[in-house]
Design a protein around this ligand. Structure first.
Ligand SMILES: Cc1cc2nc3c(=O)[nH]c(=O)nc-3n(C[C@H](O)[C@H](O)[C@H](O)COP(=O)(O)OP(=O)(O)OC[C@H]3O[C@@H](n4cnc5c(N)ncnc54)[C@H](O)[C@@H]3O)c2cc1C
Length: 359
């Protein structure tokens, strides 16, 4: 049967990386555009709210579940178009992100190798403009194809229309309007990887690896180093001895103007924190801003790694990662997140923003 909109008993914790979330009233796997359209249409006719999910690695769903239709996007397909100067790749939303990166590397398409090991789907990659180790997906996105939930028409957004920013895009702000069905990537043949993230540079140097081209070997070396660093930080799902269910970083690193940074330094001194407040420079000249690691702020505000409460806690590997110890609830997770948020506001005057989508 194609799509019976029958009540279901699907438990959503099975579909989220943090293994939290109650039941969905209705559940459907869409593996082609036609069935996706039909599911959206039926939900619209019945007046049922819809939640689109990819691999659930950036989602925190209420213990009460989702009283509506959950559509798991499983559209597949990767098409590579090579020309003299560049390569273009059109990938369907349901493709696994890390497998996609691996495929790009085996084709020597550079630009996204530092995003190795990030969980999730291709379709979700533009939503928060996924990024890590000095790269962001937006740098290789040419356009994004979507299905408008209201009109059920296909629309294509150019790179500029996506309004990419640090962990954000038009999709993050307007999640209800569009379902991403395909992402079109562009890879410059002249590209040479530039290793800007200090830890990654050191790791490659220690291994005696010098990146001078975009060869498969060079991209594979970067991928291997990135994966090793991610495992150390508990950022690879399923990695032995290092991973507890999470959504990765729970908060976005705050971006401060120079005067806000100076104010933060003063606050830290008055709190008796002697260490210099770390930062990464963003932008150049007058517009430059500073990205401050939220993990550093959290640890210096008194929350230690391994802290645990009501079945949830802070990862032993990384203070920015909140984990489900196996018997947690969404309520306990959000309560811990709010406790951290309040402490940081009181201590430093900084308001942390949540990175995952919370329902
Ligand atoms: C261990 C771990 C490490 C992580 N590390 C990083 C990291 O280094 N950098 C980083 O940026 N992120 C990181 N993340 C976050 C996460 O992997 C990414 O945000 C990823 O892109 C989410 O993909 P998903 O398919 O799981 O999305 P989901 O969690 O399924 O969905 C996220 C949101 O997007 C919506 N959505 C999903 N697919 C679509 C679609 N096709 N169309 C419209 N809306 C859609 C959903 O409704 C939801 O609101 C990490 C997560 C974990 C668990």
């Amino acid at each position: 049967m194609l799509f019976p909109l029958y009540k279901t008993d699907k438990v959503l914790s099975t579909f989220t990386s943090i293994k939290l979330g109650g039941r969905a009233s209705y559940f459907f796997r869409a593996n082609n555009l036609w069935s996706l359209r039909l599911a959206l249409k039926k939900a619209k006719l019945k007046g049922i709210p819809v939640l689109i999910i990819g691999e659930g690695s950036n989602l925190v769903i209420s213990d009460d579940g989702f009283d509506g239709l959950v559509i798991k996007l499983e559209l597949r397909g990767i098409k590579i178009i090579k020309s003299e100067k560049a390569c273009r790749v059109r990938a369907a939303a349901g493709e696994n992100w890390d497998a996609f990166v691996k495929k790009l590397i085996t084709n020597s398409f550079g630009g996204l190798e530092c995003l190795s090991g990030i969980p999730g789907s291709v379709g979700a990659s533009p939503i928060q403009n996924i990024g890590a180790y000095g790269q962001e997906v937006a740098s290789c996105i040419e356009s994004v194809e979507c299905l408008d939930r209201k009109s059920l028409e296909l629309v294509k957004l150019s790179h500029d229309e996506c309004r990419f920013n640090y962990r954000s895009s038009i999709f993050k702000k307007d999640l209800t309007g569009l379902v991403i069905t395909h992402v079109n990537y562009y890879f410059d043949k002249e590209y040479i990887p530039e290793i800007i993230y200090p830890q990654l540079r050191v790791d490659l140097e220690q291994k005696g690896i010098h990146i001078i081209s975009c060869s498969i070997k060079a991209l594979e070396s970067i991928r291997a180093s990135v994966l090793a660093l991610r495992i150390k930080k508990g950022m690879v799902i399923g990695a032995k001895d290092s991973y507890l269910p999470s959504v990765g970083s729970f908060f976005v690193n705050p971006i401060l103007t120079n005067s806000e940074y100076a104010e933060l330094k003063k606050r830290c001194l008055s709190l008796g924190i002697k260490e210099e407040v770390p930062f990464f420079e963003i932008g150049k000249g007058k517009t430059n801003k500073k990205k401050v690691p939220a993990a550093w702020l959290i640890e210096n505000a008194g929350f230690s790694r391994g802290f645990s409460k009501d079945g949830v806690g802070i990862s032993l590997k990384h203070a920015l990662v909140l984990v489900n110890n196996g018997n947690g609830t969404t309520k306990a997770l959000l309560s811990l997140a709010n406790e951290i948020k309040k402490k940081l506001k009181d201590s430093y005057g900084i308001t942390l923003k949540k990175e995952p989508v919370v329902l």
